[in-house]
Write a new protein. Structure first.
Length: 232
């Protein structure tokens, strides 16, 4: 099985060293050298098995990037930092990291930690994934549970129709889906709900996931047509 790693490191020599050794170990690697690149990619970090993230970057700090990633994904994050006090490590772990390695580090120790962490997470390689992350909350399409990513606390348990509708939106992310298409896909032709039924489901989703339901960031109304789902 292919293992994908994202490395965010601005120190060129170190970045190249880690990159080379990860590839020698059989990992597929994407290297980012700025915090902005990592911030821009944060909503798509589910494609990786692991993110190796430098804490001290010139534009955005690793801590800020980690928080942004955690709004979208529970991909394992390994911090690398020249700041290795207990307080620094606790700060990193509180922001959502899975592990913290101080610089300078032993290469063999890094490889061992990477090996252990990459087994924790399977990246989303298709729209049929059983998990969806919205606004720091993870929806499990198998258990119907919505949990907070940061502490795994159960927030809500969805109905079957709510899960089916969320899955449809995930599969059509960024596209406008008409009310008629939603009704046909979720309810079929042998049931007779109204478009108002869909509106009520959207209201539930907005209360659950939106910071400001009146100004949604994820579930957008397209006047006279339907809805569009985006993850920011």
């Amino acid at each position: 099985m292919e293992m994908n790693i994202c490395i965010v490191e601005d120190e060129q020599s170190l970045a190249e060293l880690i990159h080379m050794n990860m590839e020698l170990e059989g990992y597929t690697v994407r290297l980012l050298t700025t915090g902005k690149e990592a911030m821009d990619l944060a909503p798509q970090m589910n494609q990786f098995n692991l993110v190796i993230l430098d804490v001290m970057l010139p534009d955005f700090s690793g801590l800020e990037i980690c928080e942004e990633i955690r709004k979208h994904s529970d991909v394992p994050i390994l911090f690398l930092s020249a700041k290795g006090t207990t307080e620094d490590k606790i700060a990193g772990l509180k922001r959502g990291a899975n592990d913290y390695l101080s610089k300078p580090f032993d290469l063999e120790e890094l490889l061992l930690r990477v090996h252990n962490l990459t087994k924790l997470f399977q990246p989303e390689t298709s729209t049929k994934s059983t998990l969806l992350t919205i606004a720091g909350k993870r929806i499990d399409f198998q258990t119907y549970e919505v949990r907070q990513l940061s502490d795994n606390v159960l927030i809500a348990t969805l109905s079957k129709k709510e899960v089916e509708l969320l899955r449809l939106f995930a599969e059509r992310e960024g596209q406008v889906v008409s009310r008629d298409e939603i009704l046909d896909s979720i309810w079929g032709t042998d049931q007779f709900p109204t478009s108002r039924t869909i509106d009520n489901y959207i209201l539930v989703f907005r209360k659950l996931f939106e910071t400001d339901p009146r100004n949604p960031s994820y579930f957008h109304s397209i006047r006279a047509v339907g809805y569009k789902f985006t993850r920011g």
